[in-house]
Design a protein around this ligand. Structure first.
Ligand code: IDP
Ligand code: MG
Length: 161
């Protein structure tokens, strides 16, 4: 039957996933969404948007001194991105494994970057790297009212309840 996920310990972790402009241009959005659905995670927010510069500079604030930072911001604002919030047990760590190494040359086949990209400056997807980072990024990219609390009716197929 249906269960309220928030009452089940550890299940309500959330992460921010974004298909970057190259991924949107290459029409990879559907396949990327499919991977997270099939893994067993629950989509609780999703939108296509042209990212504003102030959001991008806050999102990548820890990289602002890196030599590639200007190119990174130009890349991320070169077209629309699809921002998503996914929920589930260990979703932050598991989605990093699904996404693969930052450098596609080091990303294993079977990961999103390992299957769809070749160069670090066009690596298709963003995933939060910690639970605290995810909370900060979700607040940055989404208004609370854009996130939907809903019960996944096959919840017990992915979780012991
Ligand atoms: P992550 O996306 O795997 O978390 P971060 O180190 O947080 O990797 O870097 C954020 C993004 O900045 C990367 O996904 C990539 O787009 C870009 N980036 C990181 N390192 C380099 C680099 O050495 N050259 C060019 N772009 C880079
Ligand atoms: Mg990062």
């Amino acid at each position: 039957g249906c269960y309220t996920t928030s009452v089940i310990a550890g299940v309500s972790e959330r992460t921010l996933i974004a298909v970057k402009p190259d991924g949107v241009q290459r029409r990879l959005v559907g396949q990327i969404v499919q991977r997270f659905e099939q893994r067993g995670f629950k989509l609780v927010g999703m939108k296509l948007l042209q990212a504003r510069e102030d959001i991008l500079s806050q999102h990548y604030h820890d990289l602002h001194k890196k030599p590639f930072y200007p190119n990174l911001l130009r890349y991320m604002s070169s077209g629309p991105v699809v921002a998503m919030v996914w929920e589930g047990h260990n979703v932050v760590r598991t989605s990093r494994l699904m996404v693969g190494n930052t450098n596609p040359a080091e990303a294993y086949p079977g990961t999103i970057r390992g299957d769809y990209s070749v160069h670090i400056s066009r690596n298709v997807i963003h995933a939060s790297d910690s639970v605290e980072g995810a909370q900060r990024e979700i607040q940055l990219w989404f208004d609370r009212r854009e996130l939907v609390d809903w019960d996944c009716c096959d919840h017990s197929s992915s979780y012991q309840v």
